[in-house]
Design a protein around this ligand. Structure first.
Ligand SMILES: Cc1ncc(COP(=O)(O)O)c(C=O)c1O
Length: 398
């Protein structure tokens, strides 16, 4: 495949150097097929969805629903009713935290999260649980970055009403044992929500095989434009929970005395949705279905990074098959943002800082990390160039 031709942005130069984009865990670049549909949506089909009888509205609605069907098929959800459009993972988890807490959580109850969560899977729960006098319980991670499953098993008691953990940590790049977590929780009748913001990109997600009750992710990390995301939920929960927001499209009948709600999935889709970005799930997931990160990248990066003197790599699972191409590290005597800034001048785009995971930074004993994250459009040569450039930068700084 002509990778640079498929992703127009990769043609550009930064500071006169070829761009090597290694910030994919923050957001992905967009293939031409997605950019073309986004453009055509506005040039040819633009009209608000689900509202009018005119042709354009019908076409726009069909493309929106085709985006939903593409998501349904990609995650193997049983029906379109299970696939709720949101504005992203953060919005999905806020919806869930608000509605699940209102319906199922009372004073003294608990929700289990892990020490390796993104702030999006911590703060919405703190806000919602705080209102009813419930609290968070935290599964620690060990020195490799793996969840302490022995402690998790002991945490499952009658006060736990939900387990909500990342499928894949955005720092550690480790695929958590979600099947085992679901089986353990279900043996106590506890439902499980997965933050799939990273998991959807790097692992095959079959929500029926995993058997989780909820799965959230963002479109922009998996090649759609920004401003669209998904909350997958099992129907019995989506039926029982109250709506999140009120407004247009989510109603059945409205009177001043009483309002009834639209059936799923529209019950949770109040107001004008980002139908353009939603439609783009179809080409984005078509690309994602065929695209794989070069399989030489994980072992090469793990080996080369760990050979660098004074470098601490976070997220080293016993079984390398559970490592995705997200590499976070610090180097003794240097600051992550200094390294990131010099690498930027050499054409490499990386993320540095706490990457929205402050509690995990405390566990690792660092204020921040440097993160290189790869996508299928990164070549193995990108990876070799990066290791060389990092070596040069460290020589300069030490
Ligand atoms: C694991 C994880 N959860 C949640 C989020 C939040 O995603 P968004 O900002 O698209 O809502 C991210 C984004 O980096 C993430 O990596």
């Amino acid at each position: 495949m002509d990778i640079r031709g498929t992703f127009p942005i990769l043609e550009r130069m930064v500071y006169g150097k070829e761009l090597v984009y290694l910030d994919n865990a923050a957001t992905s670049q967009k293939p031409a097929s997605v950019l073309e549909l986004e453009d055509r949506m506005y040039r040819e089909f633009n009209a608000n969805i689900h509202r009018a009888v005119h042709l354009l509205s019908g076409e726009s609605t069909d493309l929106y629903e085709a985006g939903r069907e593409a998501v349904r098929a990609f995650i193997n959800a049983p029906s379109r009713e299970n696939v709720i459009f949101t504005s992203g993972t953060t919005n999905s988890i806020n919806l869930l935290a608000t509605c699940f807490t209102e319906r199922y959580i009372r004073k003294g109850d608990k929700v289990i999260v892990s020490q390796a969560e993104h702030h999006s899977n911590i703060v919405p729960w703190q806000i919602a649980l705080g209102k009813v006098g419930a609290s968070l319980e935290v599964i620690p991670v060990d020195d490799r970055g793996e969840l302490r499953m022995d402690i998790f098993y002991r945490m499952l008691d009658q006060h736990v009403k939900l387990v909500s953990v990342a499928h894949v940590s955005n720092v550690l790049g480790i695929v958590n044992p979600v099947e085992e977590i679901v089986a353990a929780a279900h043996s106590r009748n506890i439902p499980v929500a997965l933050d799939g913001a990273q998991g959807i990109v790097h692992s095959k997600v079959d929500v029926q095989a995993i058997d989780c009750e909820f799965y959230s992710f963002s479109g922009h990390k998996i090649y759609t434009p920004t401003g669209i995301g998904i909350l997958y939920g099992k129907k019995e929960y989506l039926d029982e929970m109250p709506p999140y927001m009120g407004g247009g499209d989510m109603i059945d009948k409205v009177t001043f005395e009483k309002t009834t709600y639209a059936p799923l999935p529209l019950k949770y889709e109040a107001g004008t949705q980002n139908y353009v970005a939603a439609a783009c799930f179809a080409p984005a997931l078509a690309y994602a279905s065929d695209a794989r990160v070069d399989e030489r990248i994980v072992p090469y990066m793990m080996e080369k990074l760990q050979q660098i003197e004074g470098l601490h790599l976070y997220g080293v699972p016993e079984n390398l098959e559970r490592k995705v191409p997200v590499f976070s590290f610090t180097v003794d005597g240097t600051h992550p943002s200094d390294i990131a800034q010099i690498l930027d001048k050499l054409g490499f785009a990386l993320r540095s800082g706490h990457v929205c995971a402050e509690p995990l930074m405390h566990r690792l004993g660092v204020p921040g990390i440097l993160r290189a994250s790869f996508a299928p459009y990164n070549t193995f040569e990108d990876c070799e160039k990066f290791i060389k450039a990092l070596g040069r930068v460290l020589d300069m700084l030490k």
